[in-house]
Design a protein around this ligand. Structure first.
Ligand code: 13P
Length: 250
């Protein structure tokens, strides 16, 4: 796979002026990012202003979450049907949503089905906690997360699915996984996908690593054979650092 995927997850950060400023800086940076697919995921409220700036550029826009229903009496929620006019992609099952907002594997599966119905590209996040890692159950947990998110869906492809391996202990901690450990889990993810799809398809699904990625360590991750890109939190909030990170990939 020649393509590298970089996804910026701003989480519940940025003001309206930060969002506009970062988007303008990206556009004006004249970043040469042929073969690097870059998706910016602002907070829901700022998707539209960011879309206004990036819509005719080579940057793509993603949402950080959706609800599984298309519309109706679901106060405070937002659907795939609503975001599809502005976004190409949606992050589903981020560990912060699993842990803080108690999303289950079943919720994640329903969201994936909804995103797929509206031709959105889903980034399904998986990853173990520190306790699961220490008790040796990390692979088992990740297998369960993947199979329960995907299993009833048979026709996913590399245009509607990416997986992000984000070990919970590496997120926002400044302690990234080693590239070797991340690669091992990404092979495991690919093998798990091949159990429910054709071997060739599992080879083509982009698998990203996330957790304390920055301009200093990005190269170690993307030079691994089974890591096709990165999901980036903190380092995507500083436009200079984010631009530097992209330049390092070149
Ligand atoms: P950090 O890059 O801040 O560790 O966040 C990773 C993440 O959760 C991206 O979704």
């Amino acid at each position: 796979m020649n393509q590298i995927y970089i996804v910026a997850n701003w989480k519940m950060n940025t003001s309206i002026s930060d969002s506009i400023n970062i988007s303008n800086m990206l556009i004006n940076s004249n970043l040469d990012h042929a073969n690097i697919n870059i998706t910016i995921c602002p907070p829901t409220l700022y998707i539209y202003p960011v879309y206004q700036i990036l819509k005719n550029s080579s940057f793509q826009i993603g949402a950080q979450n959706i609800y599984s229903e298309d519309n109706g009496a679901f106060t405070g929620e937002i659907s795939a049907r609503m975001i599809k006019d502005f976004c190409d992609t949606v992050i589903i099952g981020h560990s912060e949503r699993r842990q803080i907002l108690k999303e289950s594997n079943q919720d994640i599966n329903q969201k994936f089905i909804s995103a797929k119905n509206f031709n959105l590209n889903s980034i399904i996040c998986v990853g173990e906690t520190i306790e699961e890692r220490e008790t040796g159950t990390a692979k088992e947990i990740v297998t369960k997360q993947i199979l329960s998110a995907l299993k009833p869906v048979s026709n996913f492809t590399n245009t509607n699915l990416m997986i992000a391996y984000e070990p919970v202990w590496a997120i926002g901690s400044g302690k990234a996984a080693t590239a070797k450990d991340a690669q091992n889990m990404c092979i495991h993810i690919r093998n798990t996908i091949s159990e429910i799809s054709e071997e060739k398809l599992s080879q083509n699904i982009p698998i990203l690593y996330g957790g304390s990625v920055n301009s200093d360590n990005i190269k170690q991750f993307i030079s691994q054979p089974d890591i096709n890109g990165a999901l980036i939190g903190s380092a995507s909030l500083d436009p200079n650092e984010f631009i530097k990170l992209i330049q390092k990939i070149k």
